[in-house]
Design a protein around this ligand. Sequence first.
Ligand code: ATP
Length: 319
Amino acid sequence: MNDQPMIEVEDLTKRYAGRAAVSGISFIVGRGEIVGLLGPNGAGKSTTLRILAGFLTASSGSVRIAGMDAQRDADEVRRRIGYMPENNPLYPEMRVREYLKFRARLKGLSRGQSRERVSVVTEQFGLGEVSRKLIGHLSKGFRQRVGLADALVHEPELIILDEPTIGLDPTQIRTARQLIKDLGRKHTVVLSTHILPEAEMTCQRVLILHEGRIVAEGAPAELQQLMNRGGQILAEIAAPGAALRAAFEALVEVETVAVTPLDGDFHRCALTPANGADLRSQVFAVVKERGWELRELTRDRFSLEDIFMRVTRHEEEEV
Ligand code: ATP
């Protein structure tokens, strides 16, 4: 039973007034994963999360949460989900503790259970010092924590966070990211972000969404590898240009070699691997064997940001 994925989305489409915000996306999230939906504004992230959380109905396709149909078994599904919407609708005129108790009761917890759980999440999110304050008087960082506490109060298996660090200052962002990682130890977490380092730092897996479609998917490192195909090896070596070219062209895994003169005897060698291979050790071996002088050897890696740019640009070019 527990091998069953936490989320199974199949061919999900959502249209607003005939226009598709999400177009036939499919993905699976395993239990205990932290998965990020990454994409620019309007990519369809919030729409997807709202459907997962049962707050919006799909135009077509299916969503199963812990094996249950999100639409047919909406009440049961909602009990298993903690959802923090993008503009967390907190009640400014309520006090923190009062609000969390109200939310816990709304989610079906008994009076005793809610008292206990509110104490637990108050402790968990460091809300003790503000528990009697009006929500409207809290800083954005504390309000965000109240939102997380609210999402967690009924001990859901799945936590859905829409842009969880938006509007926070750098210190609050660091704290929030750590909180999310900690949540991932016990829960399944799906979050959306348009901030690339956030996806890299907090998520085990990333789905890149662009114009309502998933255009790339994988662990941040996998996506990097994917894009490393064609990633260059750069070396600065003191040796005759022709000898450098001949030596590197002789390597089986090298597809192209470009040699340009630098200062003194040095040349800049840019090698493109045939299959994404990391050629640094081979380059070093050649240099050592010939007794050449090497002053730089790097691999041109791409950040997720480059991937994102490339993937989305690629999509646009296809249209
Ligand atoms: P953002 O970070 O800006 O919220 P997003 O990736 O979450 O972006 P969505 O909010 O899901 O994107 O929006 C996807 C598309 O659907 C956008 O073009 C948006 O304008 C449109 N859209 C969203 N909600 C509605 C709505 N209620 N009615 C009509 N169109 C909508």
